[in-house]
Design a protein around this ligand. Structure first.
Ligand code: ADP
Ligand code: SF4
Length: 717
């Protein structure tokens, strides 16, 4: 358990000299069974999209968090057997001894910084479709996980497990535990959350069994207990045993003997694991978008656990404020502060608190672009931290920058996410940076969008960078400064980055499912008009084929403002891509709360100022709505006029800029999500140094071939 004396911890007294006294409790060591976490910062298991195919990317990603002070660093889900095959979603595995070496890279990277390495052993039960292994999925009673999103659907239904299957899973857990020990892990998980196998045994909806593993709460708990027991037996005191469990549904269930079934399960297993890792049941609630779920949203479900067990408890809540973390501990909710997204957005969060520099924390904005990466089947991307996943292959460190040896001027035009990130990275590398923004405030699209419902937290993208730039002595920042080519040519910059953003157009959508031609006429608006409060009309149609958050947020915003809103999209869902970011269920709730009419698979054909003519995308059936104004959220095109004017000056041999290196970055290069703009700005400035900073290695499974650059010569765009 946590020691009560704050100054006898893993960090020495002098380590904590700069730490705010109120925050020192966060640096207490915590005993977890046979091991001791050096502090309370615990990077809980989270998907990274990194598998046995990219072990070096993975080791550097996790190792960087240990370097940044996370006392425990965990893997994502590690499958114990081919019957737990989540493909095409990325997952790691410990199926045989050949898998050990790639995990040992991660444990080495974590141990190098004095942190503990935890492995989330996992069997997906009925949730996985075993698309590659083609083995029958396993389940307590044959109840399938019936996904509503096509990407997760599969036509393979699970086998009801007999006792031989149960014994087999226990044996696989035991074998994976042995391999995990060989790989060097200090904490080994049993997973009973998020719909996976252990969870299915606990929940009566999945578990219809009439044998000793079904029926009473004791019986339903038996499989998880046995999983914990074989893990402990095999670990033999060399590693701690953790239980990860979802408690939302269980807490909603009344129980004869306990306050709820959640209280019952935790009581029955109270001292079986060395650590309780407690969470919610569904991804949209567990890893909730900030748009709908505040910091610390799990507390009402998990707050009781520490009163029922004397084993340490870790939980998450998108915690980025050290005061909130301290409050969780002092109020007896958690012993260890779990971080998944907080640790992705800022791997050095603990270190910054330790140094008394919490202003410098790059706070997660809760946009869930990271979880979308996993749904996309690729390594993690983060809006706030462009270096996430790039630590090894591009050698981008989140806090360390090479310094230029030259005295060079970098001019950045545009103070949105791309421009601000480029300015910050260039300044940290020692360039003399000027950044000019035409508007009176910084932030570009983030400043505008963060005024819409639920998006206020996204302002952190701007706030962090503006604050960090204000700490630098080599940056000149000008707002109210629209730049043109002639003005730029007088500034004598060596490098010019145009971060001038993109603009929304009024293009409609064609039967080819691509943008067609612009809709002309009065009362046709774009998101920019919404930001400028220029959309007038009682009955508004939002036509969305951008399909991410913005169309839905605008519909919600206009509804809150008092308009009667119709939302139409050619896609199958409103804000269809927000499935990837865990927002979709809550988008529907938000639109429902504003009585927005939702028309899916619907195209907008025509609008004459009072009637919108629409048709079904697939069968062409027409429909009409009386409408005063249309907002089209569809095509964005880059703002490249300034870039082209400068190119002309250069081509004409204009003296003062003929040697300047011109670049487009962010949305001005290729419109995308904010994460793309930040990454683009970051990459531009890393690239200023040339040489190794242009590196882009391709990872390979361990022991097979030596990694090579992804590009061998040629044009490195
Ligand atoms: P990104 O996401 O790529 O950063 P944004 O649209 O968020 O793009 O930001 C672009 C910023 O560039 C906006 O704040 C816009 O006002 C600014 N900008 C565009 N053209 C100019 C210009 N000619 N001079 C100064 N600022 C400009
Ligand atoms: Fe947070 Fe967004 Fe980064 Fe995920 S992608 S860690 S939600 S800022």
């Amino acid at each position: 358990m946590a020691q009560s004396k704050h100054d006898t911890d893993g960090a020495t007294g002098s380590d904590l000299a700069a730490c705010h006294p109120h925050h020192r409790i966060l640096f207490d060591p915590v005993r977890i069974g046979p091991v001791v976490a050096p502090n309370r910062f615990y990077q809980v298991p989270h998907a990274s999209g990194m598998t046995e195919s990219n072990p070096r990317v993975r080791a550097a990603f996790r190792g960087t968090k240990a370097e940044g002070g996370w006392g425990v660093v965990s893997t994502g889900a590690v499958s114990i057997h081919p019957s737990s095959d989540d493909s095409p979603l990325p997952y790691a595995r410990l199926w045989n001894d050949a898998d050990i070496a790639s995990h040992a890279l991660t444990t080495d990277a974590v141990h190098q910084h004095g942190s503990l390495a935890a492995v989330e052993l996992w069997h997906g039960g009925a949730v996985v479709m075993n698309r590659t292994s083609r083995l029958p999925p396993l389940s307590p009673s044959g109840v399938p996980w019936a996904a509503t999103h096509i990407g997760f659907m599969g036509q393979q239904r699970p086998k009801p497990m007999d006792t031989r299957d149960i014994d087999a899973v226990l044996a696989w857990q035991r074998a994976a535990t042995r391999r995990a020990l060989d790989a060097g892990f200090d904490i080994i998980y049993v997973y009973a959350g998020m719909g996976y196998l252990g969870y299915e045994f606990l929940l009566p909806e999945y578990n219809w069994r009439t044998d000793g593993y079904g029926g009473s709460l004791e019986n339903r708990t038996r499989f998880v207990r046995e999983m914990l027991e074989v893990t402990r037996e095999e670990a033999g005191g060399r590693a701690a045993v953790a239980l990860r469990i979802s408690l939302e549904e269980l807490r909603a269930k009344p129980s004869d003997h306990y306050e709820s079934e959640a209280h019952g399960v935790v009581s029955l297993l109270s001292d079986v694991p060395d650590l309780w890792d407690v969470k919610m049941d569904s991804s949209p609630n567990d890893c909730g978008a900030s748009r709908f779920r505040p910091e610390g949203a799990h507390e009402p479900i998990i707050d009781f656990v520490r009163t029922v067990t004397d084993r340490p408890v870790v939980g998450v809540g998108r915690f980025t404020s050290p005061d909130t973390m301290v409050s969780q501990i002092k109020r007896g909710v958690l012993d260890l502060i779990g971080g998944a997204r907080a640790s992705i957005a800022d791997p050095f969060l603990p270190d910054k608190i330790r140094r008394g520099n919490s202003d410098a924390i790059r706070e997660c904005i809760g946009c869930n672009m990271c979880i979308a990466s996993w749904h996309d089947g690729v390594p993690v991307r983060c809006t706030q931290n462009a270096t996430a996943g790039e630590e090894w292959r591009r050698d981008w460190h989140p806090e360390r920058f090479q310094r230029t040896k030259k005295t060079e001027q970098v001019l950045i035009v545009g103070g949105g996410p791309a421009g601000l990130e480029a300015a910050l990275v260039a300044a940290r590398q020692g360039y003399n940076v000027t950044v000019a923004e035409q508007h009176s405030d910084w932030g570009g699209r983030v400043l505008q969008e963060s005024q819409l419902p639920g998006l206020a937290v996204w302002r952190r993208v701007r706030d962090y960078r503006v604050w960090a730039l204000s700490q630098m002595g080599n940056v000149a920042m000008y707002t109210d400064s629209p730049m043109d080519a002639d003005g730029i040519s007088t500034l004598d910059a060596d490098h010019i980055a145009l971060a001038t953003g993109a603009r929304w157009t009024r293009h409609l959508y064609s039967a080819l499912e691509i943008p067609s031609y612009p809709l002309s006429g009065p009362q046709v608006f774009t998101p920019e008009d919404v930001f400028n409060d220029a959309v007038v009309g009682d009955r508004v149609l939002v036509f969305d084929y951008d399909n991410y958050y913005l169309g839905g947020v605008i519909a919600e915003h206009l509804g809150r403002r008092g308009s009667r809103v119709v939302y139409a999209t050619p896609a199958g869902h409103a804000s269809a891509w927000t499935f990837m970011t865990n927002e979709l269920p809550y988008v529907y709730k938000a639109l429902g709360d504003q009585s927005v009419e939702i028309l899916t698979t619907t195209n907008l054909d025509h609008f004459d100022g009072s009637t919108a003519t629409l048709s079904n995308l697939f069968n062409g059936h027409p429909l009409t709505r009386g409408i005063d104004a249309v907002v089209i959220v569809g095509l964005r095109l880059p703002n490249t006029d300034l870039y082209e004017a400068l190119q002309k000056l250069q081509a004409g041999g204009h003296e003062s800029i003929s040697n300047a290196r011109l670049s487009l970055i962010g949305d001005a290069l290729a419109p995308g999500a904010i994460a793309h703009a930040v990454h683009s700005g970051h990459g531009f400035s890393r690239g200023l140094l040339g040489g190794d900073d242009d590196r882009y290695l391709r990872d390979e499974p361990i022991n097979l071939v030596t990694p090579q650059p992804a590009f061998d010569g040629g044009d490195k765009r």
